[in-house]
Design a protein around this ligand. Structure first.
Ligand code: ZN
Length: 246
């Protein structure tokens, strides 16, 4: 009997230790070979995702793509000094439909309070924390003026469920209304691609091309800006979706 007790206690501690080790691997060694595999497994579970707080872009992809739900809540935040384009809801709905097959349910909040003209990673992360307190599966799109570390950046993702759009940077980069619209749309789609776990492609005509994010040249022309997902990207997303629940 005594031996059995010791064995049970041993197994119990071993299980806890190995879980902690796997989470450690996935969180802190996420770029290593085993870390990647562990992370890819762990982020499939809502419970682990929330409580071990996996919060990098792409960590929510399996939940976003889970076919069990047929809608996705999208919270759009801005204020009247840096508001989205009038067509933004159509873009979001089409984008969510095309990539996940879901219907986007959009909530608008036009009372975002921001004093700074450009924000650092630290300030953006704090803003996110202030706004986003629940663990619910949703997408946040937050419009802010510009990015402190790189003034010409059009958008960024720093966590698993939030897209920042740099409204002032987009204005500065665009010569006319047509370019402005296209740049804003493609930036939202590009960042959403990252939240779905897609990385940059080398094809300059893809939405997921790195240049969609990093425009160094000022004054762009609309035709230079890709505004559709490539087959390659859609295929990758489809593969993630197929593996949900496996
Ligand atoms: Zn990117």
């Amino acid at each position: 009997m005594r031996f059995l007790k010791i064995l049970i206690v041993f197994i119990f501690f071993f299980a806890i230790l190995s879980s902690v080790f796997v989470i450690y691997l996935a969180k802190l060694k996420g770029q290593s070979f085993f870390g990647k595999i562990a992370r890819e497994e762990l982020i499939r579970h809502t419970f682990i995702l929330s409580y071990a707080n996996f919060n990098a872009p792409g960590d929510m992809k399996f939940l976003y793509l889970n076919p069990k739900t047929n809608s996705l809540e999208v919270n759009l935040r801005f204020n009247n000094n840096f508001a989205p384009d009038e067509d933004v809801e159509v873009w979001i709905k089409n984008m969510v439909k095309e990539t996940t097959g879901k219907i986007a349910v959009i909530n608008r909040f036009d009372n975002l309070n921001i004093a700074q003209n450009s924000l650092s990673d630290y300030e953006l992360t704090n803003l996110e924390k202030e706004i986003n307190k629940s663990h619910a599966i949703k997408l946040n799109i937050i419009y802010v003026p510009s990015y402190k570390e790189k003034e010409s950046l059009a958008g960024i993702v720093l966590s698993r469920d939030t897209i920042f759009i740099f409204r002032k940077a987009i204005d500065t980069l665009s010569e006319d209304k047509k370019t402005l619209k296209r740049l804003e749309k493609s930036t939202i789609m590009h960042e959403w691609g990252h939240l779905l776990g897609v990385e940059h492609t080398s094809d300059d005509n893809c939405i997921m091309s790195e240049r969609v994010e990093v425009y160094d040249k000022h004054m762009l022309e609309a035709e230079q800006i890709p505004d559709e997902y490539c087959q390659e990207t859609l295929f990758q997303i489809e593969e993630f979706q197929k593996s949900v629940g496996k």
